[in-house]
Design a protein around this ligand. Structure first.
Ligand code: DON
Length: 569
């Protein structure tokens, strides 16, 4: 019985991560412009978070100060994905054109083993990596904001966190979508945590939701810095809470955690330079492989979301995700042939067996040959400041509210990021992704991600900041958003709102959003042997992006699929 209940919880977590409670009607319409501002902008999943980030910049702070504020504000008012108990990635481009990436992804605990989600017969126990203590990876977010602030911040951390602490103390107004979601999960939280908390009450739209415990945690972090979280009283409380819930994370794991600066993946697509997240995210490499594979095709002539356009993208995606599954993992543990995987030479042959007449079967596709190589909920925000710094940040607890474990004394949820590891070769994770040894579990290793915070330059200048939640579908939503603007001349707002599709090698289906795709196109694809799935995802991603316009104003694209909001000045 308990097993069945857990399976239901897992399924709901998975579905909720991909579906929004409200479905979206995409209409044929005149171009819609998002918010236009002259100086600075934040586009995030919540109005309150965008407002706090924007105000920090109005006070003279830069995009990195705003990142700290926005990230923490999302932890308060978008606890579905915003977090202190999860992790994420940031890609940046400074006003001087310097680029870089920050990895604050969770890590496996020191006591983790390769077979920790298998029973004594070697069978995979999928619920264990998704719900409760064993699913939790060592949180990286607090280390991430301090690492960013230490290198680039200009305002004191107390100044940045003050409005966030007030938000947690005084509360924020629940939107309709949020009230539905909180009420939906309340009994699940009660079951998983075995206790009442502020998240087990019934709430209604418009109600003010406060989190005093989180305000105190944030106050301690503001007063004492990141060590308050990783070594002090919070660490001890957190480790004790996790132990009680069956986690193997200890105070030693927390004390050892560090965020890392990484080299972003960079490549050209026509006259664009794309700067995206490197491993342990697969985002940048897959995006590079797909964009470079489709570059020779005349997408504009095929037409947006035409059968030919969908075919070319699908076939490039199929091949890139096959490589993802074989080659990619934590670069601190596995040797990843990044340069080879995104080289023109390697990619030029990957599409050789593609034909417009017939779908390639995923069973006929495996990872490519690299000479010498041996071997569900997230949120994204984009920020541009008045100095010309641009960032793209994607942060997550993995599933909606992560493992569903809520540390009520500390005021935050814990991730279930361990499910992003490949628990057993050939066994799909929550997103249907299959991995191999490159992404097997090991102590202190980071699990492979699909998060794709991305910046794009045009003619050497900043052009776009873009990213989205959506698990394995993140990469293909970022891809389509860039193409929508670049190839199909859409506004930023229309580009994020346009209907999307997705293919990830296995399972061998093209997923479509339920609304907005031409039935005739679907029929043409079916006739060519493509399996079509319109049931799994009402929406694919919630993209938030900023586009620099030719007159040097910027346009925000806040995805209409969520409560996402652009705010700036
Ligand atoms: O890192 C990853 O790829 C996943 N943990 C992201 C999860 C996600 O986007 C869930 N949202 N819908």
């Amino acid at each position: 019985m308990q097993y069945i209940l857990l399976l239901v919880i897992i399924l709901l977590g998975f579905i909720s991560c991909r579906e929004s409670p409200t479905s979206v009607k995409i209409e044929e319409q005149v171009p819609q412009l998002g918010l236009i501002t002259k100086n600075a902008m934040v586009v995030s999943a919540r109005e309150e978070a965008s407002k706090i980030g924007s105000q920090i910049m109005e006070q003279g702070g830069n995009a990195f100060d705003a990142m700290v504020a926005t990230e923490m504000a999302l932890a308060v008012c978008f606890p579905y994905a915003g977090n202190l108990g999860g992790g994420g990635f940031m890609v940046y481009r400074t006003q001087f054109g310097e680029i870089g990436a920050l990895d604050y992804r969770e890590k496996a605990p020191l006591k983790a083993t390769k077979t920790m989600y298998l029973d004594e017969n070697g069978n995979y126990l999928p619920e264990k990596s998704k719900v409760g203590g064993l699913a939790v990876g060592i949180p990286g977010t607090v280390a991430g904001i301090f690492k960013a602030h230490e290198k680039f911040g200009t305002l004191p951390i107390e100044t940045i966190l003050e409005p966030v602490i007030q938000l947690a103390k005084n509360g924020f107004k629940l939107t309709k979508a949020q009230a539905i979601r909180f009420n939906y999960y309340a009994p699940i939280f009660k079951k998983v945590n075995g206790a009442e908390s502020i998240y087990t009450k019934t709430v209604s739209e418009g109600e003010i939701f406060k989190n005093e415990a989180l305000a105190s945690t944030l106050q301690a972090i503001s007063d004492k810095g990141q060590m308050a979280f990783y070594k002090g009283a919070i660490a001890e409380k957190l480790a004790a809470f996790l132990k009680e819930k069956g986690s193997i994370i200890t105070v030693k794991d927390l004390a050892r955690y560090e965020a890392e600066w990484r080299e972003p993946v960079t490549f050209n697509y026509k006259d664009l330079k794309v700067i995206s997240m490197s491993p342990p995210s697969s985002g940048g490499i897959c995006l590079a492989q797909i964009l470079k594979s489709i570059e020779p095709f005349d997408l504009k002539q095929f037409g947006h979301n035409s059968a030919k356009y969908i075919q070319v993208l699908t076939e490039a995606e199929r091949r890139a995700y096959a490589d993802r599954s074989y080659f990619l993992g934590d670069p601190d543990f596995v040797d990843i042939p990044v340069d080879s995987l995104i080289s023109d030479e390697y990619l030029k042959n990957r599409m050789d067996d593609f034909s417009f007449d017939q779908a390639t079967m995923s069973t006929a596709i495996s990872h490519g040959n690299i000479p010498g190589y041996e071997s569900m909920e997230t949120t994204h925000y984009s920020i541009v400041d008045q100095f010309g710094n641009a960032i793209a940040v994607t942060t997550t607890l993995n599933a909606a509210f992560g493992s569903k474990l809520y540390a009520s004394e500390l005021g935050f949820f814990l991730n279930n990021e361990m499910d992003d590891f490949s628990a057993k070769p050939g066994e799909p994770n929550m997103f249907g992704l299959i991995g191999g040894t490159a992404n097997e579990i090991a102590p202190a290793k980071r699990m492979l991600s699909s998060m794709t915070p991305t910046l794009v330059e045009k003619d050497g200048d900043f052009w776009m900041s873009v990213g989205t939640p959506g698990g394995s579908t993140i990469i293909t939503s970022v891809l389509q958003t860039i193409l929508n603007v670049y190839e199909f001349d859409m506004t930023m707002q229309d580009a994020v709102d346009a209907p999307r599709f997705h293919h990830q090698w296995l399972p061998d289906v093209v997923q479509f959003e339920r609304e907005g795709i031409d039935e005739k196109v679907l029929q043409q694809l079916k006739n060519k042997g493509y399996a079509i799935d319109r049931t799994n995802a009402i929406v694919l991603g919630k993209v938030d992006a900023i586009l620099m316009l030719p007159d040097s104003t910027m346009e925000g694209g806040a995805d209409r699929r969520g409560d996402d909001t652009a705010i700036g000045f």
